[in-house]
Design a protein around this ligand. Structure first.
Ligand code: MTE
Ligand code: MO
Length: 366
């Protein structure tokens, strides 16, 4: 393994490394034109898979509910399907979205801005299943463990994340077996995954095997080492856990793309701009658009398919003048949180919500 195997060493050349390229071809992003869809078609939803998609023996599979519970459970897919079903549209965003624009660049999946998607997730509320198991009062966390196994930061592990009992049972966390009305596809967690609305994507453990109620905070790699904000060193700092999504707006790139650069070609004249905006902390209260060094101007907010899904926006005030322009958009949520022009750097490149910039060439005849 190379010196960058720990995933935190910036590459001195600044170029995308073969390791990053390998990750980027496995874990694709949302094609930005797919922001036109209120619900992301399954194959256009972004993907992030740390190890391999596991082979699941559906006949043998059952979700085990274990640990500090009154009754341990083993639930088959049929058992889960027989329970009252809930469906909720939920916007997911990978915590590493935006990482590739940081300098120096943290070496991991090199997302630009496209690690987002909105699915209609169908399944059983976590709280209903855990009510049957009877979580003991002494339990502090629930540990959700997937079937996928790999080595990360030198540690062999199954992908696992925990939530406090309150976060798992008081919100709308779901054990999902459907995406957009169909059984989960293998890459999105078949047969069952966790969906925790509002939290960054790593929370939504795929290929679920076990939910374990525990008395002590879970110290698995994905909790205590991976998904934390560190200033300089994961060894010397405790770090701040990455949890809920910060606000972000994205623009459907207007006009047509140049094949290689994906810069946009647009004809002069009125050019409507549209996109979607989300936050995992509070509802979206505003989206602004900026052209070049001009002022931020308010866009009109549109509908959202549900309380945990992105909100449509539209701006009709841009009259494209010949020349090259940079379009930008930013979201604000009800807590007053917004998006910075320049991202504060952190070691692993998490929770980056710097504004998106789209280069547009306006040419008569395009
Ligand atoms: N078991 C397991 N669950 C996982 C992952 C994983 O690698 N293994 N990746 C996580 C991360 S980092 C993200 S961003 C989301 C991505 O979900 P998606 O691929 O369905 O969009 O799944 C999360 N759940
Ligand atoms: Mo992620």
């Amino acid at each position: 393994m190379s010196a960058t195997a720990a995933g935190t060493e910036p590459d001195a050349s600044g170029r995308i490394t073969p390791h990053e390229l390998q990750l980027a071809t496995r874990n694709h992003g949302l094609p930005l034109e797919a922001l036109r869809h209120e619900i992301t078609p399954v194959g256009m939803h972004y993907l992030l898979i740390h190890y391999d998609v596991p082979a699941v023996d559906t006949e043998a599979w059952a979700l085990r509910v274990t640990g500090c519970v009154e009754r341990e459970l083993a639930l088959t897919l049929d058992d889960l399907r027989a329970r009252p079903k809930v469906t909720i549209p939920v916007t997911f965003e990978c915590a590493g979205n935006g990482r590739a624009r940081l300098e120096p660049r943290p070496i991991s999946q090199p997302w630009l801005v496209e690690a987002v998607g909105t699915g209609v997730w169908g399944g059983v509320p976590v709280r209903d299943v855990l009510a049957d198991a009877g979580v003991a009062a002494r339990a502090r966390e629930l540990v959700f463990t997937g079937l996928d196994r790999g080595v990360e930061g030198g540690v062999e592990q199954q992908y696992a994340r925990s939530l406090s009992v309150a976060d798992a049972l008081e919100g709308d966390a779901l054990l999902a077996y459907e995406l957009n009305g169909l059984p989960l596809p293998p890459q999105h967690g078949f047969p069952l995954r966790l969906v925790v609305p509002g939290w960054y994507g790593m929370t939504n453990v795929k290929w679920l095997a076990e939910v374990r109620a525990v008395e002590e905070p879970f110290d698995g790699y994905q909790m205590v080492t991976a998904y934390r904000l560190y200033r300089e060193s994961a060894e010397r700092e405790e770090g701040v856990p990455v949890q809920r999504m910060r606000p972000r707006a994205l623009l459907v790139p207007p006009g047509i793309p140049d094949f290689l650069t994906r810069e946009r070609l647009v004809a002069p004249g009125p050019c409507p701009l549209e996109g979607r905006a989300w936050s995992g902390r509070a509802r979206i209260t505003g989206v602004d658009v900026r052209v070049d060094d001009g002022p931020w101007q308010a866009a009109a907010l549109g509908p959202q398919p549900g309380p945990y899904a992105w909100r449509a926006w539209r701006f009709d005030g841009w009259v494209a003048e010949p020349g090259t322009h940079v379009l930008a958009c930013r979201a604000t949520d009800a807590t007053g949180d917004g998006q910075p022009d320049e991202q504060d750097w952190n070691l692993k490149g998490f929770a980056n919500n710097a504004v998106q910039q789209v280069v547009v060439h306006v040419r008569p005849g395009d």
